[in-house]
Design a protein around this ligand. Sequence first.
Ligand code: ADP
Ligand code: MG
Length: 457
Amino acid sequence: ADVIEELEQTLATPTPLLRGIADAMVEEMERGLRADPHAPLKMLISYVDNLPTGDEHGLFYALDLGGTNFRVLRVQLGGKEKRAVQQYEEVPIPPHLMVGTSTELFDFIAAELERFVETEGDDFHLPEGRHRELGFTFSFPVHQTSISSGTLVKWTKGFCINGTVGEDVVAELSSAMERQGLDMKVTALVNDTVGTLAGGIYADNDVVAAVILGTGTNAAYVEHVDAIPKWKGPLPRSGNMVINMEWGNFKSDKLPRSDYDIALDFESLNPGEQMYEKMISGMYLGEVVRRILLRLAHDASLFGDVVPSKLEKLFVLRTPDMSAMHHDTSHDLKHLGAKLKDILGVADTSLEARYITLHVCDKVAERGARLAAAGIYGIVKKLGRDRAPTDGSPKQRTVVAIDGGLYEHYKKFSSRVEATVAELLGEAAASSVVVKMANDGSGIGAALLAASHSQYN
Ligand code: ADP
Ligand code: MG
């Protein structure tokens, strides 16, 4: 009981703490926008200053390289009347390619894309004499040099490929497509958050920000150019610029980092980086649970006298398994017990051990969801949309589009994100702020941005 109580304290995220984190997020956003060299938030300029209007026309491809999956998509855009017809295919990224060479990774992508292009049917029309065009969604931090070029800042989420950092990822993809004999031009390079924002606005005009909660976590939002001191380019006509926050790298004294988080970070591929991401996202939640269970096995004999050896193995407990255990509603937690047997090889767990495991999943998920909600609240605050107007003007609707497998599939996580955003906003503002799932907005978003930056416009 003592161990559990200590654990609860370690993982606690009381509301005043979350308010402090949201304020720290706003401060860090400002620092990043000033290009303070020590700012943890890169606040990357996306070169997207115009978001989709709905008038986009034509056939476009999109390619989405995420953390675990790789997706290809084709869209026939038909303007406001006909909207969009789309087809996609998704393939898991073979793990060896995540730590191999740049050439191997991009050759694999180009080959999959080529295969997909071959299946283009009669619903899709490319005007005579044109090249196919592609929006490339690349969910890693990129220092963009234009809408269609940018160099990799660093790998995250378990990718570790030598020689790509500092290289132009569009050039890498383009040469791979050339090697493949695929005639296609990349007209937009976008982060998945920016793609989700574009896709979100296409579906709902009131979207102002997009958040990814998948393997990793990140956010993008529409900022006024005058609030971006580091922007030295021409003033966009819209007056706006989409900013890719790279919020996974957020850090602050206010973040309640436990010994588990510190050890996880230390043993990770990118120590010292992506602190916020390591407390929130799908790649890490299960691993935090594993570390806690291991400690409980050692200190409180959670699984009997011997500590199951499989429990020592990094990343054995994946977040989808954690989620499955967490959603077990049977009275004797038999599904959870079966998972523990499958994953950790412990045959007979006591009912108490199962309840404790459930509780650990609950606390770790709750903490991640509440920290993510604090970040969302921070963005809403930065935009000044956290309170109802006092001058009697009508309330503006504010929508935050969310995408990612963690949010989509882990209900006890997503419902807590929503509840906590509402809690932080308070009743008056909560009624005008909507947090909603924008499923696969990033693919269609990238295609829309490829269309608005087409060489044929
Ligand atoms: P990516 O982030 O790689 O672009 P997704 O948005 O599809 O891809 O997110 C995949 C991640 O979502 C997985 O790595 C996993 O952490 C998480 N996830 C997938 N399914 C579930 C689930 N059922 N419960 C909890 N998390 C899940
Ligand atoms: Mg993704």
